[in-house]
Design a protein around this ligand. Structure first.
Ligand SMILES: [Zn+2]
Length: 256
């Protein structure tokens, strides 16, 4: 059994029928899914989907940097309310994005800092979205006092030095479709150096479709392709990789 630790079945355009995508994933051997929020409304929808499928589907609640232009206290209260629920296994995705320009650096910083402030209250892991902003995000995390919950660097795309600093913070690493791309030798080599007990697999669907389905919209049922890609990067069998990553996800998120 595999765990898709990061998917966006709450994206209503991409997944008009999320329950069907869940059934399809189950048939493909994906037995647990975590639906990730990007703002208050999408986080509430993630929880709704999760609570229709107890002990199979889980949710996160958080405010993504690309949506940080609309960040406000009322919305943060809605995220805090969701964090109390049992189906919500992490805060996120939160972070920084210097690739896109949907929110200014100041707006992104404000959303990130406010959410880091509430994180410790819940003792649940934090899922980070970080694009072309690893030095700034890691600097911010290194400046924090000890005792924060575990950090997950979702869809990790940093370099070896950033990986070293992320590990020193107790970080975990999400591996996605790019591990299957022909031109991703550097990523495969880097991932092979990471401690195996810190690796997770995720589709990030509907984005980041793995090879050889790249002409299609990504979905949780494609997770086995990512598992195979990671297995070959690590030089282990698909079964061993499934056991490894499922064990990691179960431990980190406290899944049944
Ligand atoms: Zn995401």
């Amino acid at each position: 059994m595999l765990v898709d630790t990061h998917c966006h079945l709450n994206d209503v355009e991409a997944f008009p029928d999320p329950d069907r995508a869940i059934e399809e994933a189950l048939a493909a051997g994906v037995g647990r899914l975590i639906v990730v929020g990007v703002d208050p409304t999408s986080s509430e929808l993630a929880v709704e989907i999760a609570e229709r499928h107890p002990s199979r589907v889980f949710a996160t609640a958080g405010w993504h940097p690309n949506y940080a232009a609309s960040f406000d206290e009322a919305g943060l209260d809605r995220i805090v309310a969701l964090m109390e629920r049992e189906s919500v296994v992490a805060l996120g995705e939160i972070g920084l994005d210097e690739h896109w320009d949907f929110a200014s650096p100041a707006q992104q910083d404000r959303a990130l800092c406010a959410q880091l402030e509430i994180a410790a209250d819940f003792g649940k892991p934090i899922v980070f979205h970080c694009r072309e902003a690893y030095p700034r995000l890691i600097d911010a995390l290194e400046a924090r006092p000890d005792g924060d919950p575990p950090y997950i660097f979702h869809c990790f795309s940093g370099d070896a030095d950033e990986a070293r600093r992320a590990l020193a913070l107790g970080g975990w690493f999400g591996v996605d479709g790019p591990i299957t791309y022909r031109k991703a030798d550097a990523l495969r080599s880097l991932v092979a150096t990471l401690p195996r007990d810190r690796l997770l697999i995720e589709t990030d669907s509907p984005w980041m479709t793995p090879h050889p389905r790249r002409s299609e919209r990504n979905r949780p049922a494609f997770l086995p392709l990512i598992n195979e890609g990671l297995a070959s990067a690590l030089g282990i069998t698909g079964e061993a990789c499934a056991a490894l990553t499922t064990g990691n996800a179960t431990r980190l998120f406290g899944l049944p």
